[in-house]
Design a protein around this ligand. Sequence first.
Ligand code: S3P
Length: 179
Amino acid sequence: MTGILSAYKQVMKIFLIGFMGSGKTHWGRLLSQKLNIPFFDLDEQVVSHEGKSIAEIFAESGEEHFRLLEKDVMHIIAESHDSFVMACGGGTPCYFNNIEYMNQSGTTVWINTAIDTLFYRLMGEKEKRPLIKDLTDEQLRGFIGKKYADRKIYYEQADVVIDEEPVRLDFLIEKIFHA
Ligand code: S3P
């Protein structure tokens, strides 16, 4: 590990945010390995906390309940660890005061993937995501455009914005350390 990485290691709370399909889990895992700090996938943590899949939580208790759980689990992780990389859900920064909380607790990073890329990725990954699982491909395109427009005001409050495609790990790290 380089000097700069080890110097910051003690106090690094990194929250990856962005639309479904933007690669938060993939890049979060790689980033945490590179920085040698724990990785948390917020969706996975909610699932293990509840003992139910995201689809089951939505179906049995509704989205509002999911949003409360998502916030609570995010707080529990953030308050019980000094350093981590967390891959948030696509909606996490858009509810309650989550984005302010994350900005105050650590560094937020928005992976701002192009809408066309999101569409091609999500077309093949609808099933596990309750918000899109019943949409036709045509409807999915419209949904992404509208939801992205609604959520942008939250995403753009991130400390670091990654617009480059494809994302590169070295560049991601450099931007985070210069935030
Ligand atoms: C959601 C995104 C999902 C998951 C849930 C709701 C959203 O996470 O939290 O299905 O509101 O955008 P990913 O972004 O990891 O797919």
